[in-house]
Design a protein around this ligand. Structure first.
Ligand code: ATP
Ligand code: MG
Length: 424
């Protein structure tokens, strides 16, 4: 490999062609599923006003505190590369009056998000999210639908041992009471917890529960649980969601430590853990965020959604050792046996493509042997050879790559010949 003086920015990766069949497979499956569930595509800008994320994601979250890529543009206005989609979806919903449309308003997005993180396997500074949101309804059947979109995607991709983790983190009615219990409990354990947790105690106590530092684990284990203090509405919402999951036979685990770092989340939170990307890494995270619309200046609008990182989906596919998706390969590879056949090859290539047959040729006037080698490497189904005899006769020779034998046919019948065989 040639040594280059440049490298991609730290924590940011290139997706090379050999990985693309996985991405293609994921995107195809996504498109099938969003159609099945009735979600429409929404594309959003890659950066927004910094204040949108400060308010929408929330002060005190990891994202706002330490992960945002924030910059001033040439007129000194502060913008931030999107660290997630949800705030932008809500901004667009309010800005375009989308509440007027049939509710819930159901959309999906796909694209890069940016977070300044410590790079590790499955954790990058730019990753790609499949984001799904349904706005305008508080019905727990909608939480179930959103979770089903995720479930359907992963099961269609063949994931084994899907592990749904769910919890309810209450609402402005009942959560403050829980946070009081939690902070009172932690106040007595200050010496047993990590530096970050001591900070969380002041700015974002709910996040105490998802600390990963070993020393904090026993403290979390005996911490008060929110399930004990949910208000009637939240308790009922959670119970109905669980009934829908039970009726559908979906596996899930109630995880009282599961919280979202984002302040606007209410009621349902969920994650999906998949085999192969490490226990700390969720393949998706989501839940309800009934408080977000007001936080960014809209009227109260309940909503539920999730985001899933495509890189982690691909890592899961690769580690679950199913057959990798087939890489693309041409139906036809054109080979010139003599340089004089070059013009014929270029014309024939154009004709094949115009007829919808994917075809390639070797460039650079290489030897016959080198051309055949390339056809092999590219895994072509048929090699079409034009030599002196073919030029003189107005014929081409078709060689079957995965079987013995070849056949010389009239040049004009080539397209029909190939098409007939491709459709067999
Ligand atoms: P984590 O606890 O792993 O940091 P998070 O709570 O920050 O996750 P979300 O904000 O819910 O994650 O993001 C949704 C999904 O996006 C995650 O479940 C994961 O699939 C993916 N994701 C998040 N951060 C990264 C990252 N840095 N690199 C790759 N994928 C990521
Ligand atoms: Mg994170």
């Amino acid at each position: 490999m040639a040594r280059s003086s440049f490298q991609s920015p730290k924590g940011i990766r290139d997706v090379l062609p050999e990985e693309q069949p996985y991405w293609h497979r994921v995107e195809e499956t996504i498109r099938k599923i969003v159609r099945l569930y009735g979600y429409e595509r929404l594309d959003l800008p890659v950066f927004e006003e910094t204040a949108l994320y400060r308010r929408g994601v929330g002060e005190g979250t990891d994202i706002v505190e330490k992960e945002m890529y924030t910059f001033l543009d040439r007129s000194e206005k502060s913008f931030t590369l999107r660290p997630e989609f949800t705030a932008g979806v809500m901004r667009a919903y309010i800005e375009h009056g989308l509440a007027q449309r049939p509710r819930p308003f159901k959309v999906w997005s796909l694209g890069p998000v940016f977070r300044y993180e410590r790079p590790q396997a499955g954790r990058y500074r730019q990753h790609t999210q499949f984001n799904v949101e349904a706005l305008g309804e508080i019905d727990p059947a909608l939480d179930f639908e959103i979770m089903s979109v995720a479930y359907h995607l992963y099961s269609d991709l063949g994931f084994r041992n899907l592990n749904f983790q769910i919890n309810s983190i209450g609402c402005p009615e009942c959560r403050p009471g829980f946070l009081k219990q939690l902070t009172a409990y932690y106040a007595g354990r200050k010496d047993d917890i990590c530096e970050d947790c001591r900070k969380r105690l002041d700015v974002n106590p709910l996040r105490l529960l998802d600390c990963k530092v070993p020393a904090c684990q026993p403290v979390i284990e005996s911490a008060p649980r929110i399930s004990g203090v949910l208000c009637d509405e939240c308790r009922d919402h959670f119970a109905r969601l669980r009934t829908y999951l039970d009726n559908a036979g979906r596996p899930y685990v109630i995880n009282h430590r599961l919280v979202r770092g984002l302040d606007y989340y209410t009621k349902t939170v969920f994650e999906v853990w998949a085999e192969g990307i490490g226990a700390q890494n969720a393949v998706c995270g989501g839940g309800r965020y009934d408080g977000l619309a007001e936080a960014v200046g809209g009227v109260p609008t309940p909503a539920v959604g999730f985001a899933s990182g495509i890189e982690r989906i691909v890592l899961t596919m690769q580690s679950q050792d199913g057959a990798p998706p087939a890489p693309p390969h041409p139906a036809v590879f054109l080979v010139m046996q003599v340089p004089q056949a070059g013009e014929q090859v270029v014309s024939l290539l154009a004709e094949l493509r115009a007829a919808g047959v994917d075809a390639m040729m070797a460039f650079g006037g290489r030897s016959m042997k080198a051309q055949m080698r390339e056809a092999n490497k590219r895994n072509a189904e048929y090699v079409v050879i034009i030599g002196e005899r073919e030029l003189a006769d107005g014929t081409v020779t078709v060689k079957y790559m995965d079987a013995e034998g070849q056949e010389t046919i009239a040049r004009d019948s080539l397209i029909g010949f190939i098409r007939a065989r491709l459709h067999e």
